[in-house]
Design a protein around this ligand. Structure first.
Ligand SMILES: [Zn+2]
Ligand SMILES: [Zn+2]
Ligand SMILES: [Zn+2]
Length: 149
């Protein structure tokens, strides 16, 4: 899914940042504007915000998902239609056909992916098990379904 800059209405690109606070460090995935000089970034938990060396909270524009509070500020411009920005939750179309990881079950079901704090999981509605995806599985799914970070 594409995400567009809320200032320039151009498509943003994926980027990963290594954050460091004291002894803790972690990687987080964003999309960022490619227009020269534009600092706009977007992430589901942060909304749109300017980042250079740090996150400038005063520039934040965050719209919460009206359907699922776990999606956080995941409502972004995902389409430009007749020059008008279309705001929608980036997770809304994440119903994906996947083979259930349970070997006893193993059917192909439409699953809904949930991303929380970098962990991806899905629940199979046939066998009612919940599965946490590893990094390789997440990469494969993102590639297969062209999902923005
Ligand atoms: Zn921009
Ligand atoms: Zn949502
Ligand atoms: Zn299953």
């Amino acid at each position: 899914m594409s995400v567009f800059c809320d200032v320039h209405l151009t498509e943003m690109e994926s980027v990963s940042y290594l954050w460091q606070v004291g002894i803790n460090s972690w990687v987080s995935d964003w999309v960022r504007c490619t227009e020269p000089g534009c600092l706009r970034h977007f992430r589901w938990s942060q909304g749109y915000v300017d980042i250079d060396q740090q996150i400038h909270n005063s520039t934040r524009k965050l719209r919460r998902c009206p359907k699922d509070p776990k999606h956080g500020g995941s409502v972004a411009i995902v389409e430009i239609r007749d020059d008008e920005p279309i705001w929608r939750c980036i997770y809304e179309e994440r119903k994906l056909p996947l083979k259930c990881f349970n070997p006893e079950c193993g059917v192909t079901v439409d699953i809904t992916l949930t991303e929380l704090e970098g962990t991806w999981s899905f629940g199979c509605h046939r066998c009612e098990e919940t599965f946490i995806l590893n990094n390789e599985q997440i990469r494969q799914i993102k590639r297969a379904f062209d999902i923005a970070a």
